[in-house]
Design a protein around this ligand. Structure first.
Ligand SMILES: Nc1ncnc2c1ncn2[C@@H]1O[C@H](COP(=O)(O)OP(=O)(O)OP(=O)(O)O)[C@@H](O)[C@H]1O
Ligand SMILES: [Mg+2]
Length: 155
């Protein structure tokens, strides 16, 4: 029995983009279709870069770029459709819902939201949380915590 009840968060201390790719591959192996990924971290911490790595790890050939102005990008061609959002320009969860964006949480898409804390009031508790901290030019701390109650194999 290699499952444990809940599972602690996992911390990656990386010193290169390849390290970030490795952290994204770890998450890609643990994500289920329909998963929501709440991405936090300062400007330039690497949220878009992490999303690019995750899309690649899920097998999508898409060119991932920041959806800051369009609010949402959709990437197909991988294991599951990926929805990539950026809440940076939104004032509240109500605004996000009014824009019809909450509908993307239905279905089997993997949804990643940058600046998700700005719309946290509209988001379900059941989400993966990825927090990136800039610790040097190419180094980052990447903290990944699973949804509450998620059963998980050892990292
Ligand atoms: N190990 C690393 N992981 C992630 N990004 C890195 C790493 N090393 C260097 N970088 C660089 O840091 C920058 C991160 O920018 P990115 O657009 O991903 O940040 P962001 O968190 O999405 O910012 P914003 O809040 O503006 O959307 C990129 O230029 C990327 O190449
Ligand atoms: Mg970004």
């Amino acid at each position: 029995m290699d499952l444990v009840d809940v599972v602690d968060a996992v911390d990656f201390s990386v010193d290169s983009l390849e390290g970030t790719n490795k952290a994204a591959r770890w998450l890609a192996e643990h994500l289920e279709p329909g998963a929501l990924v709440f991405l936090s971290g300062d400007l330039g911490a690497g949220k878009t870069t992490f999303t690019r790595a995750l899309a690649a790890a899920l097998g999508s050939p898409a060119l991932v770029s920041s959806p800051t102005f369009t609010l949402v990008h959709e990437y197909d061609g991988g294991r599951v459709p990926i929805i990539h959002m950026d809440a940076y320009r939104l004032a509240s969860g109500a605004e996000w819902e009014a824009a019809g964006l909450a509908e993307y949480l239905e279905g089997h898409n993997v949804v990643l939201i940058e600046w998700a804390e700005l719309i946290a009031d509209a988001l379900p508790e059941q989400c993966w949380r990825v927090t990136l901290t800039d610790t040097g030019p190419e180094s980052r701390r990447i903290h990944i915590s699973p949804p509450p109650g998620k059963r998980e194999v050892d990292p």
